[in-house]
Design a protein around this ligand. Structure first.
Ligand SMILES: NC(=O)c1ccc[n+]([C@@H]2O[C@H](COP(=O)([O-])OP(=O)(O)OC[C@H]3O[C@@H](n4cnc5c(N)ncnc54)[C@H](OP(=O)(O)O)[C@@H]3O)[C@@H](O)[C@H]2O)c1
Length: 549
C-alpha cells in the first residue's frame, strides 16, 4: 500500500532527511528539480523544442522550478523563469535563493513579474510547454495576488503543463481547489504522493502523477507512520477459487432484506450482484405483493413476507419469524436497499442487527434508520460493513454532505469509530476505514458509475465476499476494487455516458476471474484428450460469463 501524506508529514520527512540523514536541503531540491527535468525530457517533445516557461513562486516550490529551468538551459533549450516578485523577495540564504542564483549565474533568462498583466502573460501563453512551480505544499489560504493571475496565464497556455509537486492552488491535505488551480497534464511529486493527488476535486487537476525519489530513507515510515494509504490491485489478496467439489450450498448464501414501493429493483440488483460475485445462493426477503418480483433474475430466490404490499411502510412485525428463519440459513446479510424508513422498517433493522450471527452489509435506507436510531446498530459492529454515500454519511454524523466532502477522511474515520465497524465512504475516491486499521483510499472506477443502483450492486458484491468467508475489512476493500474494475470494464464496452447498474453486474464475472487465483493444472488436465472432447472427464462444463469460463 502506498502512503498518502499530508503537507506536514512530508515537511517532517524532509526535515529528518536534512537533519538526521545529513543531506542538505539544497541537494534535495537539486534532486527534486532534476527529477522533474528527467520527466520533461523523456516524455514531452515540446520540452526539447522550447520555448519553455517555468513560472516560479517565491517559496521552495519555486526553488524546484529554478533547478528545472537550469537543467533545460544547460541543454540549450530556450527557457525563461518567471519569478512572481523580485529576487530580493526570495529568502537570502535559503535553498530557493541558492538555486535562483545558480540559474542566473548559469546565464538563464529571468523575468521578475511584479504586477499582473504585461509581457509575462503573453510569453507564457506562447510557450511550447509550461512548468508550474508557483505553489506546492505551502498553500495555506485562498490563492490571491500575483499567484492567482499566474494560474490564469498558465491555464490560458495551449501547450502541455507540468506541475511541480502539486498543481498550484490544490491543497495537499484535502484536494480542495483553493479558489483557483492549475490543470496539469503531469504532476511530478517527491518522496511520496500527497493526499491531494487522490482526493477530489484536486485529483482531477493533477493529470498523471509521477513520484521521484529524492533520497528520503526507505525505512522512514517506521519512524513516521502514515495514516492513509492508497489501496490498489497489487494490495488485494487473490480471491479463493471455488473448490472442485463445490456445491451451491458451500459457496455462500446471501440474504438481501429490502425493497419497497417503486424500489423493488434495489434488493434485486444486490442479490444479482451477489450471485455474479460468486455467492452460491441469493434470496431477497421483501414484503409480499411488492410489484417487481417478475423482474428479478430467475436465479434469485424470494422470501415474500407478511406485509402491507405497496403501502408506504410495508414491514410488518409478524414477518419476523420468517426473516429469522432465513437468517439462520444465511452466510451474509445485506440490509437496506429500497427498504424505506418507516417504523416497521426500523423495527426490522433493529431485530436483524440485534440477532443475526452472520456478517452484514448495512446500506441505503438502513443507514438513514441508523442515523435516526444509532442504538439499532447493536453490539456486533465488527461484523458489519456500512456503505454510506456522502449524504448518508452526513445523516449519520448529523452534518451536511458539503462538510463530509470537505473532510472525507475525517468523516470515514469518525464513522468507523462511532459504529466500531468497517465503513465504506462511497464517491469519487472511495475510502475504507476500520477501527485499529489503516484507512485506505481506492482510486478505482469512473464517473459513469454515478448511476442509479450502482450502490446496490456494491452492497451485493461485498455481501458475496463476506458469504464466501472474507473478513469484513478485506471484503470491503476487495469489493470496492471489484466493483470499480467491473465499472471500468463496462465503460470500455458501452462508454461512460449510458452506463447502468446492470452493466456492472454483467461485467462482474470476467472481473472476478481476473481477481481469482489461477486454477492449478490438475493431473486430469494434463492427460491427453481428443480435440473433439477437451473437457477433462468429470469436469463441470464452463458456464458462460462465470469465472469458470
Ligand atoms: N528540500 C526540498 O527540495 C524541498 C523540501 C520541501 C519542499 N520542497 C518544495 O517546496 C514546496 C513547499 O515549499 P514552501 O513551504 O516554501 O511553500 P510553497 O509551496 O513554495 O509556497 C510558499 C510560497 O507561496 C506563497 N503563498 C502561499 N499561499 C499562497 C496563496 N494562497 N496565495 C498566494 N501566495 C501564496 C507564500 O507567500 P507568503 O510568504 O506571502 O505566504 C510563499 O511565497 C513543496 O511543494 C516542494 O515543491 C522542496
Amino acid at each position: 500500500m502506498i502512503p498518502l501524506l499530508t503537507a506536514e508529514q512530508m515537511r517532517r520527512m524532509d526535515a529528518y532527511t536534512i537533519g538526521s540523514v545529513g543531506l542538505p536541503g539544497a541537494l534535495l531540491m537539486e534532486t527534486a528539480g532534476r527529477g522533474v527535468f528527467d520527466c520533461l525530457w523523456a516524455e514531452f517533445e515540446a520540452a526539447r523544442r522550447g520555448p519553455v516557461a517555468v513560472v516560479c513562486g517565491r517559496g521552495n516550490n519555486g526553488g524546484d522550478g529554478f533547478v528545472v529551468a537550469r537543467c533545460l538551459h544547460n541543454r540549450g533549450v530556450a527557457v525563461t523563469a518567471y519569478l512572481l516578485g523580485n529576487r530580493e523577495g526570495v529568502s537570502p540564504g535559503g535553498d530557493a535563493r541558492l538555486h535562483l542564483d545558480a540559474y542566473c549565474n548559469s546565464g538563464g533568462r529571468l523575468v521578475e513579474v511584479e504586477e499582473a498583466g504585461g509581457l509575462a502573460a503573453v510569453e507564457i501563453a506562447g510557450a511550447a510547454l509550461v512548468v508550474d512551480a508557483v505553489l506546492g505544499t505551502g498553500l495555506r489560504r485562498e490563492v490571491g495576488g500575483l499567484a492567482a493571475a499566474a494560474i490564469g496565464w498558465i491555464e490560458a497556455a495551449p501547450g502541455p503543463v507540468v506541475s511541480v509537486d502539486l498543481p498550484s492552488g490544490v491543497c495537499a491535505d484535502t484536494g480542495r481547489v483553493w479558489g483557483r488551480a492549475v490543470s496539469a497534464d503531469r504532476t511530478v511529486t517527491f518522496g511520496f504522493p500527497k493526499r491531494g493527488h487522490y482526493l477530489f476535486p484536486g485529483a482531477a487537476r493533477c493529470g498523471d502523477v509521477r513520484v521521484v525519489d529524492i533520497g528520503i530513507p526507505g525505512d522512514i515510515l517506521h519512524h513516521m507512520p502514515a495514516d492513509l494509504f492508497l489501496f490498489g490491485e497489487a494490495d488485494r489478496s487473490p480471491l479463493p477459487l471455488l473448490p472442485a467439489d463445490a456445491h451451491k450450498g458451500s459457496c455462500g448464501h446471501v440474504v438481501v432484506i429490502g425493497g419497497g414501493p417503486g424500489k423493488a429493483g434495489a434488493p434485486g440488483l444486490a442479490a444479482w450482484a451477489a450471485l455474479r460475485s460468486g455467492a452460491g445462493l441469493a434470496t431477497v426477503a421483501w414484503p409480499r405483493g411488492l410489484r417487481g418480483e417478475n423482474r428479478l433474475p430467475l436465479e434469485v430466490m424470494t422470501l415474500p413476507l407478511t406485509g402491507a404490499g405497496d403501502a408506504e411502510d410495508q414491514w410488518d412485525p409478524r414477518a419476523w419469524n420468517a426473516v429469522e428463519g432465513a437468517l439462520g440459513g444465511s452466510d451474509a446479510v445485506v440490509i437496506g436497499p429500497g427498504m424505506g424508513t418507516g417504523t416497521g422498517a426500523q423495527e426490522m433493522l433493529g431485530r436483524v442487527l440485534g440477532s443475526t450471527g452472520a456478517p452484514a452489509v448495512v446500506d441505503a435506507d438502513a443507514l438513514s434508520l441508523l442515523a435516526a436510531g444509532p442504538e439499532l446498530a447493536g453490539s456486533k459492529g465488527r461484523d458489519r460493513v456500512l456503505t454510506p454515500h456522502p449524504g448518508e454519511a452526513a445523516r449519520l454524523l448529523r452534518t451536511d454532505a458539503t462538510t463530509v466532502q470537505a473532510d472525507r477522511i475525517g468523516a470515514v474515520n469518525e464513522l468507523a469509530r462511532r459504529f466500531q465497524s468497517t465503513v465504506v465512504l462511497k464517491g469519487a475516491g472511495t475510502l475504507v476505514a476500520c477501527p485499529g486499521e489503516a484507512t485506505c483510499l481506492l482510486a478505482v472506477g469512473n464517473p459513469g458509475m454515478a448511476t442509479a443502483g450502482a450502490g446496490d450492486v456494491l452492497s451485493g458484491v461485498i455481501g458475496a465476499l463476506l458469504a464466501r468467508g472474507m473478513a469484513p475489512l478485506e471484503a470491503a476493500r476487495t469489493g470496492v476494487l471489484l466493483h470499480g474494475a467491473a465499472g471500468d470494464r463496462a465503460a470500455e464496452q458501452h462508454g461512460e455516458g449510458g452506463l447502468v447498474a446492470g452493466d456492472l453486474v454483467v461485467a462482474l464475472p470476467a472481473t472476478l476471474r481476473r481477481f481469482s487465483r489461477p486454477r492449478p493444472v490438475s493431473r486430469t488436465d494434463r492427460s491427453p484428450v481428443s480435440p473433439a472432447s477437451s473437457a477433462p472427464r468429470g469436469a463441470r462444463p464452463a458456464v458462460p460469463g462465470s469465472d469458470r469460463e
